[in-house]
Design a binder for this molecule. Structure first.
Ligand code: TTP
Ligand code: MG
Length: 587
């Protein structure tokens, strides 16, 4: 039984299934990058090593007992024949990630294409699906053609619109189309088209670049991400209607989510999950020390929480109240338990919002070491800016001839930021409080950094002396500091590039119908809103609170990806950081 709290909560919690969202997760990503470079590796058990840990391995290795976040020593013992390659330099993964993202965005013409870490992408393909829905010939559905572009009707693929592509959930679907309410029938057709588009995109990723992927298809980011996991690797799953519960039908959304452990729901972080477990069990919930990926011996499911008698947003708010918990936690969690997630797939961008480079240290407390580290981080920052914020100019263009320059900047980040994480002083007994607190200072980005002729090392040296040291002195006025982390970032980027692959398909179709004015208004690159969240989420604090920052804290394209675990020194991508921290806490 479900009761909603205030009338306002009820309005927020109504299902809205107007979107079609595809979630891509590349299979054994780092291993696949090495396989793409050297296809001979495909048939061998292959593992990728960072420090003393296997961060991923291909499915051949998994068949032989290897898994993610396994110690090298254990992996060697279990599978001595495994090929183990070093994956500490993230450049190749970043490059492959961009390549695949660009392909997905271009083919789907999706204005909304959002990366999560290196190996996940959501595409909101609603416009493309809706346009194709109008093109269907109801009398000959089996011989349909999916148009990827209206300006070029030959661009697309044939498909059979009487069946879904790939797998569906639930498998034992017995409700025929005719049984369903009209709104569910439309949803059914839209998801069916989405499944064919997903299938086509998966094939393109594989044929053009050699990567297999796993896709989930539904109407929200939450459900599309979770449902893909049902058929992994090299598979896809569509969560099929009915989505609304009525007298005759159970909602397939809640049917699917109800079996999940609550800790598996993105957006319900570790602490919230524990509070919910304790509430359901009416006693403290203990951990399973053997698990790497979290979870507890006390497997409390979404269904158990959702079906608690008298459950309401207000009750959840009371149960989940705590320091740092958002005021609307009850409504949000009630929504997530019911598969309601209004979160938008972010607008595709040609440049990242920020570039941040960081490293962590066991001890950093001398000026000499500080200067060395700032120099090295600054050099990496300048390099990354030259890669990620520039576009090579074609030497024959007017622009190139008039300026004599080889590239142009796509964005000029206005703000330079230095962040440190000071270690707490030693306690009297020689122990030290673990501190997660970051502090930062910002200043305008000095213009010399955009020089096209300056050597990276020279620009970095100037950046340290003229900009970063003054910021450091403001942060640490007194001597006696000892840092566990340094982060140098440029932030506040706004796209200055005009074009890009991700033009809004709705605009394209309207443009083809002759509405040029409308196209200009709709062009996402002309109408790019200013950045609202220049500031990087305080990751450590988020780690402590771990709630509701699940998507945001995994901002793409920051060298947060290169966070190094202070305990084992392994670089851990942001999205894997919580899992990785837990990994240690279980040892
Ligand atoms: P995942 O998506 O967790 O794993 P995967 O793509 O390798 O495998 P799957 O087929 O199950 O999706 O992570 C993506 C990449 O991130 C992975 O290839 C390696 C890297 N990674 C780390 O560097 N450290 C970590 O702790 C984890 C979990 C992953
Ligand atoms: Mg993956």
């Amino acid at each position: 039984m479900l009761e909603y709290g205030a009338a306002k909560s009820y309005a927020i919690l109504r299902r809205k299934d107007e979107r079609v969202i595809l979630h891509f997760d590349y299979d054994c990503f780092y291993a696949s990058v090495f396989e793409a470079e050297n296809p001979a590796l495909k048939s061998l058990p292959l593992a990728v090593q960072q420090k003393q840990i296997i961060v991923t391995c291909n499915y051949e290795a998994r068949r032989r007992g290897l898994h993610k976040l396994q110690l090298i020593t254990e992996a060697r013992r279990i599978c001595p024949e495994a090929v183990i390659v070093l994956g500490e330099d993230l450049t190749r993964f970043r490059d492959a990630s961009k390549l695949l993202y660009t392909l997905l965005r271009t083919l789907s013409s999706s204005e909304r294409a959002e990366k999560l870490g290196f190996d996940e992408v959501w595409l909101d393909v609603t416009s493309l699906i809706d346009e194709n829905l109008t093109l269907l010939n109801k009398n000959d559905l089996a011989n349909s053609f999916f148009q990827l572009s209206l300006t070029d009707p030959t661009l697309g693929f044939p498909f059979d619109a009487t069946v879904y592509a790939g797998s569906v959930f639930p498998k034992d679907n017995d409700s025929s189309l005719a049984d369903l309410a009209p709104s569910e029938q439309t949803l059914q057709m839209r998801l069916l088209l989405g499944s064919h588009l997903a299938n086509y995109l998966r094939l393109q990723l594989e044929e053009q670049h050699g990567y297999t992927s796993t896709v989930g298809i539904s109407t929200t980011k939450l459900v599309s991400k979770l449902v893909g996991n049902l058929n992994k690797p090299k598979g896809q799953t569509t969560l099929i209607p009915p989505y609304e519960q009525d007298e005759q039908h159970e909602s397939n959304i809640t049917r699917f989510l109800d079996t999940h452990d609550i800790g598996k729901i993105p957006g319900i972080g570790f602490k919230l999950a524990q509070r919910l477990r304790e509430f359901v069990l009416n006693r403290p919930a203990t951990f399973d020390a053997g698990l790497v990926y979290g979870g507890t011996k006390e497997n409390v499911t979404v269904g158990q929480v959702r079906q608690l008698p008298g459950l309401s947003a207000d009750l959840l708010a009371k149960v989940l109240a705590g320091p740092g918990t958002p005021h609307d936690v009850g409504v949000k969690v009630l929504g997530l338990l019911n598969g309601i997630d209004p979160t938008e797939v972010s607008q595709a961008r040609t440049v990242p919002r920020q570039i941040s480079i960081e490293d962590s240290y066991l001890r950093l407390d001398t000026m000499k070491e500080l200067m060395e580290q700032l120099q090295s981080l600054s050099a990496r920052l300048v390099e990354r800016m030259r890669i990620d914020l520039t576009e090579t100019l074609d030497s024959s263009t007017n622009e190139a001839v008039s300026t004599g320059e080889k590239w142009k900047w796509l964005a000029h980040p206005p703000t330079l930021r230095l962040t440190t994480r000071p270690r707490a002083p030693l306690n009297e007994d020689g122990t030290r409080q673990r501190s997660f607190k970051r502090i930062s200072r910002s200043a305008p980005t000095p213009s010399f950094i955009f020089s096209q002729t300056g050597l990276v090392e020279v620009l970095a040296e100037r950046l340290v002396k003229e900009a970063l040291l003054p910021l450091f002195k403001k942060l640490h006025e007194r001597s006696g500091w000892n840092l566990s982390l340094l982060n140098v970032a440029v932030t506040g980027m706004v796209d200055e590039g005009k074009g890009g692959p991700g033009r809004d398909i709705g605009s394209m179709f309207r443009a083809a119908e002759g509405s040029k004015k409308e196209l200009d208004q709709q062009d996402p690159f002309n109408a790019c809103p200013p950045d609202e969240d220049d500031l990087e989420p305080e990751y450590e604090e988020a780690l402590e609170q771990q709630e509701f920052s699940t998507w945001e804290e995994q901002e793409e394209d920051t060298e947060e990806m290169e966070y190094r675990c202070p305990r084992c020194g392994v670089p851990v991508p942001t999205f894997a950081r919580v899992a990785h921290e837990r990994f240690h806490s279980y040892k």
